[in-house]
Design a protein. Structure first.
Length: 65
């Protein structure tokens, strides 16, 4: 049950950070999710988001110690 909470926090962080990273207008990396349909252009930077979540997790872990 505890892993489900951690998974939810990680997915929430990915969604939050993906919007922040998208505003930074970085070059797309392999593994990013890109959806183009007419006037809709959605880009979800998965690798950048995972990196940002991992870095935030390391910072929180270091502060807790």
């Amino acid at each position: 049950m505890r892993w489900l909470i951690y998974l939810g926090i990680i997915l929430g962080g990915i969604l939050l950070y993906s919007q922040v990273i998208a505003l930074m207008d970085l070059d797309p990396m392999p593994g990013d999710i890109v959806y183009n349909q007419g006037n809709w252009h959605i880009n979800i930077p998965v690798l950048y988001s995972l990196g940002a979540v991992a870095l935030t997790g390391l910072i929180v872990w270091a502060v807790k110690r």
